[in-house]
Design a protein around this ligand. Structure first.
Ligand SMILES: Nc1ncnc2c1ncn2[C@@H]1O[C@H](COP(=O)(O)OP(=O)(O)OP(=O)(O)O)[C@@H](O)[C@H]1O
Length: 256
């Protein structure tokens, strides 16, 4: 469902110096699979997501969703993808219902279907109680549930989740993690980028560990454990990168 082939991105810094953000990575994600694209700050995760979405052109290589290349068919790709980012804003002056129906309309979902999907998602994510509340009055956790619904209102087969639990408390994070499990059961292909490694360990089927633009290791948790001799993702990343405690800090977790 998601394919990334030798994807490479070089930026030009203000002095003209080149910076390799993504260094020819390849991976794929099947329907019904949650793939953890993990790495410290600056590893190249968001740049990869942006190229997948067709928002950023790769220097070389390609990314494709459902057989459509992001560079050549960006509209087909956007139709098939839902994006949840930590900093995605809600429309403050609209109610939750108005905003979700607006996005359904943007994606060309017929009104009866959109209304049905709205009810389904509000039940699944538990926001029936504030459907007619203005978005400006929602808490961070409530907003993120609405953001998830916004990303799903057009029933995309692919979900790209970039730090979906950032700023959420334990309960809010739990709702999101359980929802990701539900997305897998629905057969969606999901990429999850997060610094909350314990959540990634729980929900991801496979992992790509990124560092300095490279995928330095890929596999299931069990495969990574056997390969590295490490029990946790934090320890694995420390070992694989050969870095010290600073790297653990950049994951937001203390080394064991
Ligand atoms: N538009 C840009 N121009 C120049 N450099 C950029 C640009 N976008 C990203 N970079 C650089 O590319 C590298 C990868 O950044 P990216 O945002 O993809 O990392 P990330 O893994 O998502 O990090 P984080 O976990 O902090 O979100 C970084 O060194 C960043 O400074």
């Amino acid at each position: 469902m998601i394919e990334v082939h030798r994807l490479f991105k070089e930026f030009s810094l203000p002095g003209g110096e080149p910076l390799t953000a993504v260094n020819g990575i390849s991976f794929s994600v099947a329907a019904g699979e949650v793939y953890g694209l993990l790495g410290p700050n600056g590893a190249g995760k968001t740049t990869t997501i942006r190229m997948l979405l067709g928002l950023l052109q790769s220097t070389s290589g390609w990314a494709a969703i459902g057989g459509y290349r992001s560079r050549d068919a960006p509209d087909e790709v956007k139709r098939r993808v839902g994006l949840v980012a930590a900093n995605a804003g809600v429309y403050q002056w609209l109610t939750v219902r108005e905003m979700l129906l607006f996005f359904a309309d943007v994606y060309g979902v017929p009104v009866p279907e959109a209304k049905q999907e709205l009810v389904r998602l509000s039940e699944l994510l538990g926001f029936q109680g504030f459907l007619d509340q203005r978005c400006s009055t929602l808490s961070t956790g409530q907003k993120q549930r609405v953001n998830l619904a916004r990303a799903l209102i057009h029933r995309p087969p692919v979900l790209l989740l970039d730090e979906p639990t950032l700023g959420l408390d334990v309960f809010g994070s739990q709702v999101v993690v359980e929802f990701i499990e539900h997305l897998r059961d629905e057969g969606k292909a999901v990429i999850l980028c997060t610094h909350r490694l314990h959540e990634a360990e729980r929900v991801c089927d496979r992992f790509g560990l990124m560092h300095h633009g490279n995928i330095v290791s890929e596999g299931t948790l069990q495969e990574l454990r056997e390969r590295t001799g490490c029990e946790s993702l934090v320890d694995m990343f420390l070992k694989l990168s050969g870095s010290g405690p600073a790297l653990a800090a950049s994951f937001g977790e203390a080394p064991a």
